[in-house]
Design a protein. Structure first.
Lengths: 210, 786
């Protein structure tokens, strides 16, 4: 029996932490698609602007949009570093499309990605179910919110209450948009057969809670 | 042009030849089982292909032809669930050890290209094989010459046609010097001219290298005469037939067997047995009058002076060269794009209500009247099962101007069952549409549009890449529709198909600026031509990023108008170094101004109130103090964002990736993987727009309640992700087949640091220091963490 493996494929490293070429490219393209979605989103979400103008911290409710590449990428690729890699590439794409955050977008991407990454690492990259996805989205939102409100301090004029409200809104947004939507998107993608080359190809038939 | 990014060409040493020696293939009782399948794709395969032979692999779809190619290319991986049996060797050695002996080309031109510039793309595979840079530079010229691609080395790959992209991919393979060339339906996505262009390039290249060739193709006409041997694979088994093209394709049982399997055997046309029809001319349904069309609102006019009267039961085939605007015309007729000038109007029975302009109809009003079938079936899938997919259109169809359903529920049920039966999809009724085979997807996509009984049916290249059986079924189905009085308009290069429908030709001549369509996509990610050759354009991207990063530090640290103002001022002053005028700067930077104003408003609203009250909004008040704070916030946001424009405008992502991998020593697999993914950005943006139109043609509206709109948007996002991941998987195969993923590689384009880069970093440092000192001395320094 002959072994057919790709060039550079190393059988001695543990299966789960070994990034193959297809993992790298799919992760990058998920991040790039997120960039396209941000771009489409930017021209579509003005229906909700009135809300944010009345109470500015509520704008964080939509911030989960910027976090979903981390959770979606990790759920699909299932390799250490996927959350950070996807979020960083997505940040790069949004900076190429003209970001309002300048160079700081890389630092933000890193911190948000780290939030999700820590959760997946905490489960030793072995659990990809709904609760873990929700937790990853939540922590990404929490990290993102703390980053905006207390590290970069984009809103120094907010009262402490408003800063905390901002972090709270972003955490909820991370839970719903980055966590919940990414989880069900992964399952739906697995049903189409598009994930057949990836570790998540069976995501659609895995139990949600175990 | 930019001197730094132009590859230096030096004469190579004549004694080394770029091309490897021909390789033989041996399979002994070989088999492969894919991870998510129960039955093996191939088993018990015994095969011997001598070095230098040209072999055509044929067989029904699902016979494992592509699996064999991928295994030979070394891109199939064993894991817990996917495994091989038996032996598969190249020149007597297992495939796994065959680094650089094999080149693979797939059918989708967009994912055969890895890099943004022609020269870089040809070099990619050879770089991965660690060929010395000087040798690669020689091979680039030789390979481009061999495939007859006469374009500049820094020509953007995004601007090439499909046929040119495939020839470029072939050049990249040749530059690796493989002894075995594998082609997986290399011309399935090309028009007839493109097919011959690529075929000639392949044959030419092989004549000069003598490499072994294994090709999988459905359309054999163009290739058969150039082949030494044809191998027909048995589904799930080994070799069914093996012989010369002359013997296998001669009239007889083998030929008949191949025809039954849907193979396009040379000289066979599925037209046989179809009587010529002369479509009846019923009442007029639609007309285009003095119409001009364009892809985007303010985009280039793709075609103009178009006049057509569409009558019930009539068929038209839209023909013309690439870039003549055929698809744009079809989309405009279908009510999916607005007319630029002139008009598209429904007449006669197609008008119901006051509105005659299809573009203004709601999606639900469109589906029962005009149906558009897109080239890529997956673009139009909106449901989770085949049955729901068929029911979707009729269920959403509404009578014009009302909220009344077009169809009764019982009628829908009946129609769906009839179509399932008619198209032999009954056994797949509960399957996910995305998991069907190519031919089944095509049949389904046509059926979903027919399900809501439109009077006018518009199809874009419906026969591209289809086997002869699907072709025949499609032709018969559409002939039935014509007999029922449906009008059919097909954009197609397929003359037999036009003949099968008795279609009248509608010829479109290309506008003089015909190549501009392809240009539109270029430049989204490449540095602006003027920016790229400016002072900053020739600097190392890392130096620029470091400088801007340094200048950002005081802005993050302090909320004051002095440091922010200073950074904005200096950025504006150095614009000429980036080749930017103030006007061009603002065309790029205006969204940042808007963002800054929003930030300022937020602060003015909630900031600590002091001074006179300017505006009282109940919960919040705006005062002189809060306005001042708001201005500082807005200016800070603006100052953080604008210096990045200098980088954006002057930095080519390829150069950035090279710098990150070579100078910053980030792992090159991740950097180059990310770069390759980013090259798809423009393509995916285009795909997003196409998806929007394809889904409107299915009755998915952009109008309706908030919930409906959110659902429609999420569906479109999902459609984009499916397409993106499919493309990424193909791109990964391309990259891996080009030797990508090994630990070492050479770089044909060196990333260098010069004195200029040192000055740029020092300048950034000086600006940062100046901003801090300026604010401290002015007494405005205001640490945000205080």
């Amino acid at each position: 029996m002959v072994t057919i493996t790709g060039r550079g494929h190393n059988n001695t490293t543990p299966k789960n932490s070994n990034w193959r070429v297809v993992d790298i490219v799919v992760a990058a393209v998920i991040a790039v698609s997120s960039g396209v979605i941000f771009w489409a989103w930017n021209s579509a979400h003005h229906v909700l602007d009135f809300l944010f103008i009345a109470f500015p911290p509520s704008s964080a409710l939509m911030a989960g949009m910027w976090l979903f590449p981390a959770v979606l990428g990790a759920l699909i690729i299932r390799k250490p570093g996927a959350a950070i890699f996807c979020e960083l590439v997505a940040a790069t794409v949004s900076s190429l499309l003209g970001s309002e955050f300048g160079m700081t977008v890389f630092a933000s991407g890193l911190i948000q990605g780290l939030g999700a990454e820590l959760v997946f690492a905490g489960f030793r990259y072995r659990r990809w179910n709904l609760p873990v996805a929700l937790l990853a989205g939540t922590v990404a939102g929490l990290f993102g919110g703390i980053n905006d409100a207390f590290i970069f301090r984009w809103f120094p004029e907010y009262t402490m209450g408003m800063q905390i409200a901002y972090v709270g809104f972003m955490t909820v947004s991370g839970l719903v948009i980055a966590g919940l939507l990414s989880y069900f998107a992964t399952r739906a993608l697995a049903k189409t057969g598009a994930l057949s080359a990836l570790a998540s190809r069976k995501a659609a038939v895995e139990p949600k809670f175990r | 042009m930019d001197t730094r990014s132009t590859l230096k060409l030096e004469a190579g040493s004549p004694e080394t030849h770029a091309f490897g020696k021909p390789v033989s293939v041996t399979a002994k009782n070989w088999g492969w089982r894919h991870a998510d399948r129960s039955a093996p794709a191939l088993q018990g395969l015994d095969l011997e292909i001598p070095a230098g032979q040209r072999v055509l692999l044929a067989g029904a779809s699902g016979a494992g032809k592509s699996t064999l190619l991928y295994a030979l290319a070394g891109v199939l991986h064993e894991d817990d669930e996917a495994y091989s049996s038996g032996e598969l060797c190249l020149d007597g050695r297992p495939v796994a050890e065959a680094n650089g002996m094999v080149g693979l080309m797939q059918q989708d031109p967009e994912t055969q290209v890895v890099q943004a510039r022609v020269g870089d793309d040809v070099a990619f595979g050879a770089e991965n094989l660690s060929v010395p840079p000087l040798e690669i530079q020689r091979r680039i010229i030789e390979a481009l010459d061999a495939v007859g691609l006469d374009v500049a080395l820094d020509h953007p790959t995004g601007a090439l046609s499909g046929g040119q992209k495939q020839r470029l991919a072939l050049a990249g393979i040749l530059a690796m010097g493989p002894g075995l060339v594998l082609l997986d339906e290399p011309t399935a996505n090309l028009d007839p001219a493109g097919v011959l262009e690529v075929r000639d390039a392949v044959i030419n290249a092989l004549d000069s290298t003598g490499a072994t060739l294994v090709i999988v193709e459905h359309r054999l006409e163009a290739w058969a005469q150039h082949m030494d041997r044809v191998i027909v694979l048995e589904p799930g088994g080994g070799v069914a037939h093996d012989g010369s093209p002359q013997s296998l394709f001669a009239p007889g049982p083998v030929r008949d067997e191949l025809i039954n399997a849907g193979v396009w055997v040379p000289g066979y046309s599925p037209l046989v047995g179809m009587a010529a029809i002369d479509p009846a001319k019923g009442p007029a349904l639609m007309l285009a009058k003095d119409l001009a069309v364009a892809r985007t609102k303010n985009g280039r006019i793709a075609a103009k002076n178009l006049d057509l009267t569409v009558t019930g039961g009539g068929a038209w085939c839209v023909r013309g060269a690439n870039g003549a605007g055929k698809s744009t015309f079809a989309l405009t007729l279908g009510g999916l794009l607005p007319e630029v000038s002139g008009r598209v109007a429904a007449t006669g029975e197609l008008v119901d209500g006051d509105e005659t302009r299809p573009y203004t109809w709601r999606a639900a009003e469109l589906v029962g009247r005009i149906g558009s079938v897109f080239q890529e079936p997956e673009h139009q899938f909106v449901a989770a099962t085949v049955r729901e997919e068929l029911a979707f259109g009729p269920r959403h169809a509404m009578k014009p101007g009302t909220k009344e359903q077009f169809f009764e529920p019982e009628a829908i049920e009946e129609r769906v069952n009839e179509l399932l039966h008619r198209l032999r999809l009954e056994h797949l009724a509960e399957a996910n549409p995305f998991t069907l085979s190519g031919g089944e997807k095509r049949r389904l996509s046509v059926a979903t549009i027919l399900a809501s009984s439109p009077s006018v049916l518009i199809l874009d290249e419906p026969t591209f890449g289809q086997d002869a059986n699907t072709w025949r079924e499609l032709a018969l189905l559409l002939r039935e529709e014509l007999a029922h009085g449906t009008a059919i308009i097909a954009v197609t290069h397929d003359q037999d198909f036009a003949k099968a429908l008795g279609a009248e030709e509608f010829f479109m001549s290309a506008e003089p600026q015909g190549t501009a369509a392809a240009d539109a996509r270029v430049g989204l990610l490449e540095a602006d031509a003027r920016g790229g050759s400016s002072f900053l354009g020739r600097a190392n991207p890392l130096a620029k990023m470091l400088a801007v990063g340094l200048a950002t530090i005081p802005l993050v640290a302090s909320m004051d108008w002095v440091s922010s103002g200073l950074v904005v001022l200096v950025t504006v002053l150095v614009l000429p170094l980036a080749g930017l005028s103030l006007g061009r700067f603002f065309t790029r930077a205006w969204p940042l101004v808007v963002a800054a104003l929003l930030a300022a408003w937020g602060t003015a609203l909630v900031g600590n109130d002091s001074g006179a009250v300017l505006l009282n909004l109940g919960l919040f008040t705006i005062t002189e103090g809060s306005v001042a704070a708001g201005a500082a916030t807005g200016l800070r946001a603006f100052a953080v964002a604008v210096p990045a424009v200098l980088i954006l405008f002057t930095t080519d992502p390829t150069d950035l990736a090279n710098a990150l991998a070579q100078k910053a020593k980030l792992p090159h697999r991740f950097v180059l993987g990310a770069l390759a993914g980013m090259r798809l950005l423009g393509l995916l943006i285009e795909e997003w727009t196409t998806l929007g139109m394809a889904r409107r043609a299915r009755g998915v509206g952009s109008r309706g309640s908030l919930v409906q709109r959110v659902q429609a948007n999420l569906g479109q996002v999902f459609g984009l992700l499916v397409q993106a991941i499919r493309r990424a998987s193909r791109l990964a195969v391309t990259m891996e087949a080009k030797g990508f993923g090994t630990s070492g590689r050479t770089w044909v384009r060196d990333s260098v640091f010069t004195a200029r880069d040192l000055w740029i970093v020092l300048f950034g440092l000086t600006l940062a220091t100046g901003a801090v000192l300026g604010a401290v001395f002015a007494g405005t320094w205001n640490l945000v963490w205080g």
